[in-house]
Write a protein that binds this ligand. Structure first.
Ligand code: FES
Ligand code: FE2
Length: 367
């Protein structure tokens, strides 16, 4: 299906994986500007339920307000700037109270209590709501943007907007989650995911279920890249046995039941759609040479409630594959950090990395 080639492209230079200046440019141009995947909406179930999304100096409170709407606020008190919430997730009462002087905010960010400020004649509480952060919910996934005026989400995500409806992703819930600290630059994790050249040597079990040459791409340029990969077992899935571990999702039919779909969603999400479940990797940068990857296994709540539900075959399969990928990503980071490293040539099986690198360079203003 893919006509795109690697076009004699080479790997990126060392400084992109080790330099603090590059890291800071990414912060400014990408992570403070683009739509960033923050987490699943299903983890904030009712009013006051929240989680924090931390991006470098910024901390954002993502919550459900009293109308059940998802909102995002800067985690910064409007009095003297104090960080309001420190627990990464939790349940608020009907309001958010600053631990310093007890200014209190409604869930929609309105300042509703400011002790003794009525003694200040010029003070008006309406002037000091929590600063809001742009938020969008797509397929049950919450995205935020720290940009003052972000590109409208529907425009930024136009290639994906209606692409995955058959999987009913918005209905799915997290059955299992693992957080990994990976000693590698975040880009190595994307690049690793973007090719199956390494599958025969690194993932013999995975390569048996999806022979590496079965990969194809239906998004080949831009912030979203990837496509379907034919499984060797008709009606199978990516599990230890190769068989599904839950009924097929939504209204999937035909060839979709014989394929896994893999997409990179720039700049911090990997989306793997299986016939019976969905896997999401959320990638956080920690330092030029360190990342955190949160891997969530999503299933339909009806499947999860059914007697005998057992996702262990899917969990074990990807735990094994994740460990293999993070291990080799750490080795790549080590080698790239050496003075002996110089950019090497991509194979034709790595054309999606070449496309990913182009988007990356454009995003930091170097493309
Ligand atoms: S800094 Fe928050 S109430 Fe004073
Ligand atoms: Fe891999």
């Amino acid at each position: 299906m893919s006509a795109r080639t690697a076009q004699d492209a080479k790997t990126l230079a060392r400084r992109y994986y080790t330099g603090q200046d590059v890291y800071d440019a990414e912060t400014r141009n990408v992570f403070f500007d683009r739509w960033i995947y923050a987490g699943r909406a299903s983890t904030i179930s009712g009013p006051g339920s929240y989680f924090l999304c931390e991006i470098e100096s910024e901390s954002v409170i993502v919550l459900k307000d009293s109308d059940g709407e998802v909102r995002a606020h800067h985690n910064v008190c409007r009095h003297r700037g104090t960080r309001l919430l420190t627990e990464p997730e939790g349940q608020l009462p009907k309001s958010i109270q600053c631990p310093y002087h007890a200014w209190t905010y409604a869930l929609d960010g309105t300042l509703i209590g400011a002790p003794f400020m009525d003694e200040v004649e010029s003070f008006c509480a309406d002037d000091y709501p929590l600063k809001s952060v742009s938020v969008a919910v797509w397929e049950g996934c919450v995205f935020i943007s720290l940009a003052e005026e972000p590109e409208p989400f529907e425009q930024a995500f136009a290639p994906l907007m209606d692409k995955f409806g058959s999987w009913t992703m918005d209905e799915l819930e997290i059955a299992h989650s693992i957080s990994y600290d990976v000693p590698a630059n975040w880009k190595l994790i994307f690049q690793n995911y973007s090719e199956c050249y390494h599958c025969p040597s690194l993932h013999p079990a995975l390569n048996k279920l999806t022979p590496f040459r079965n990969a194809s791409n239906d998004l080949e340029e831009g912030p979203f890249l990837g496509g379907p990969m034919r499984m060797s077992i008709d009606g199978g899935s990516m599990t230890m046995s190769g068989q599904t571990c839950a009924p097929s999702l939504g209204d999937l039919s035909g060839e979709a039941l014989n394929c896994v779909h893999y997409y990179t969603v720039y700049p911090n999400m990997l989306l793997s759609l299986l016939p019976d479940y969905v896997l999401i990797h959320r990638i956080e940068r920690l330092a030029p040479d360190a990342s955190r990857v949160i891997c969530d296994w999503l299933f339909h709540p009806e499947a999860m409630a059914a007697p005998g539900f057992d996702p262990s075959g899917a969990i074990e399969f990807w735990s094994m594959t994740n460990e293999q990928d993070w291990g080799v990503s750490g080795l790549a980071q080590k080698g790239i950090s050496s003075q002996a490293y110089t950019p090497g040539p991509y194979s034709e099986l790595e054309s999606m990395i070449a496309a990913w690198d182009r988007e990356y360079l454009r995003s930091i203003g170097e493309g």
